[in-house]
Design a protein around this ligand. Structure first.
Ligand SMILES: Nc1ncnc2c1ncn2[C@@H]1O[C@H](COP(=O)(O)OP(=O)(O)OP(=O)(O)O)[C@@H](O)[C@H]1O
Ligand SMILES: [Mg+2]
Length: 505
């Protein structure tokens, strides 16, 4: 490389000369000009025969991390461990090993084609200077990889070497990278760091095997996911972005969130858990979308609690006079209402920007499907609607097999009858079937767990009967009052539920 550095100063002088030649070339006949230029390039190449290629970390005005950069980073991990002297270390897959990558301002060599082609990789970061009175309070980092090689290897590098680097890098990326669970940061202030998502390692153990639901329904979902994964060409052929929407709906505790985890594990995808109430406005929402990577599931939980049917955000609770006074003294409240609109969300799902990246699944979960705007869940946006409901015999059998290791038992018949009479959530069944230690220190066996479940089912049946009686009584009173006072105002209950649910989260 000293050879390269030495030639650098000469290189700039030659570039100036080249410029003069180019200007002079204007006054020569075309063929002569061309000839001179070719001779000149040949001449300069003798003194500085190296070519540089830069691979910046971000593409499109820093909107998105470059896939090429990630692939090169991953490729260099294997090379740099043995050659670089300035290394960075991170935990690898399953947190069991350390993965090393090249540190900044370091350089490694790589040989290709049986050692016939030698290239140099360096990792650099630069800080762009921000004006003193900029609204951006901190400088931004620009990181990039630089590839240097001799011009005689140009074709080999461009046609074969880079292809090899990108392919090996992508494969290593999939092999080494732990899957991630992302959540959006509530960025109320101008975000100069550009990163709107934080992540932890995704470690949820749910799978379709542990999911309690009818086997046919399960198979149907798995087939759908499989077809999606293999559908790159198909989507391109029919002219649709490579993405799919799933709407999971049903009462609390029926396995919606568990299914999202099972889907991510089955597909080997990352999860982006989008908290809509923390998104400032539609443009931030778009930015979040652009920052998601392919092979991912973007999930919005309890969508009915995040967005009003009319497209306006839920009204904030009325503030007390004291709170208003405090706010006027302290200035603008920190927790400002989000301005994401229904149309912003619709664009997020299938607007032009939604096609960036490809291979993405969008999942909405809700307890109240009937409260959602039809535009939000129409096919094309939410392609597949999946109902998760109360526990059935098939669901119970999955639990019995997974939790207790049994496929048959004399108590199954009684449980089947009770499941037909009463609505119990899979979450409640799972709780009864968990092996527990009794107060006398005895570990429960399968029999005890099943009896536990029967007691829970009988109790649920009793409660349901009491509730039905109370409801009948209330209805009778209400209908009497209606005759005297006119109709009551309805529609509070589910709103209250959303409020409670968010608070409990
Ligand atoms: N179908 C199911 N299969 C396996 N486990 C389930 C199922 N449904 C619920 N569970 C168990 O019950 C617990 C709660 O389930 P989960 O959080 O997935 O419910 P949910 O439908 O997302 O509820 P909510 O509407 O309140 O968000 C989980 O820990 C899971 O183990
Ligand atoms: Mg949930």
């Amino acid at each position: 490389m000293t050879e390269i550095l030495g030639a650098m100063g000469l290189g700039s002088t030659l570039a100036s000369l080249m410029f003069l030649w180019a200007v002079a070339g204007k006054y020569f006949p075309f063929n002569l000009e061309d000839l001179i230029r070719r001779r000149f390039v040949k001449f300069t190449n003798r003194f500085y025969p190296y070519i540089h290629v830069s691979f910046p970390e971000f593409t499109g005005e820093r909107l998105k991390r470059s896939e090429a950069y990630s692939a090169i980073e991953s490729y260099l991990m294997s090379t740099s461990t043995s050659k670089a002297r300035n290394l960075r270390a991170e935990l690898g897959k399953d947190s069991s090993n350390l993965v090393f990558s090249m540190g900044y301002s370091d350089e490694v060599t790589d040989d290709f084609d049986g050692g016939r082609v030698r290239v140099w990789w360096s990792s650099t970061k630069s800080e762009s200077k921000t004006p003193t009175f900029s609204i951006r309070p901190a400088p931004q980092e620009h990181r990039f990889f630089k590839l240097t090689f001799h011009h005689r290897h140009r074709d080999t590098v461009m046609e074969r070497y880079l292809k090899h680097v990108l392919e090996s890098g992508k494969a290593a990326l999939i092999k080494n990278q732990q899957r991630r669970l992302y959540t959006n940061n509530p960025n109320r202030d101008y975000d100069y760091r550009m990163l709107n998502w934080s992540h932890v390692i995704f470690e949820h153990p749910a799978s379709f095997d542990t999911l309690a639901m009818h086997p046919d329904k399960k198979r149907e979902i798995i087939e759908d996911l499989k077809a999606f994964k293999a559908g790159k060409e198909y989507y391109a052929r029919i002219g649709k972005p490579w993405k799919r929407g799933y709407l999971l709906y049903g009462p609390p505790g029926t396995g919606k969130s568990t299914m999202v985890a099972a889907m991510a594990n089955y597909m080997d995808y990352d999860i982006y858990d989008l908290e809509l109430t923390a998104v400032e406005n539609n443009s931030t929402l778009r930015k979040l979308l652009i920052e998601t990577t392919g092979k991912s599931i973007i999930v919005i939980e309890d969508i009915d609690c995040s967005l009003d049917l009319s497209g306006n955000r839920k009204k904030k609770e009325e503030k007390t006079e004291e709170e208003k006074q405090k706010e006027s003294l302290l200035g603008k409240p920190k927790e400002e209402a989000s301005k994401v609109t229904l149309s912003g969300l619709l664009n997020f799902i299938d607007g032009l920007w939604s096609a960036c990246g490809g291979e993405r699944i969008i999942v909405f979960t809700t307890n109240y499907v009937e409260k959602l705007d039809p535009a939000l869940i129409r096919r094309g946006r939410m392609d597949k609607h999946i109902e998760l409901s109360y526990c059935t015999l098939e669901g119970f059998k999955v639990f019995a097999k997974n939790y207790l290791g049994i496929e048959n038992h004399t108590l199954f018949e009684k449980i089947q009858r009770l499941l037909g009479e009463v609505q119990i959530t899979p979450a409640d069944v799972a709780e009864s079937l968990m092996i527990k230690t009794s107060s006398r220190g005895v570990v429960e066996d399968a029999n005890a767990c099943l009896e536990d479940l029967i007691r829970a089912l009988e109790k649920a049946k009793e409660d349901a009967t009491i509730r039905a009686l109370e409801k009948a009584k209330e209805d009778a009173i209400a209908s009497k009052e209606e005759v005297v006072d006119g109709p009551n105002v309805e529609g509070q209950q589910s709103g209250e539920f959303c409020k409670d649910k968010k608070a409990s989260d």
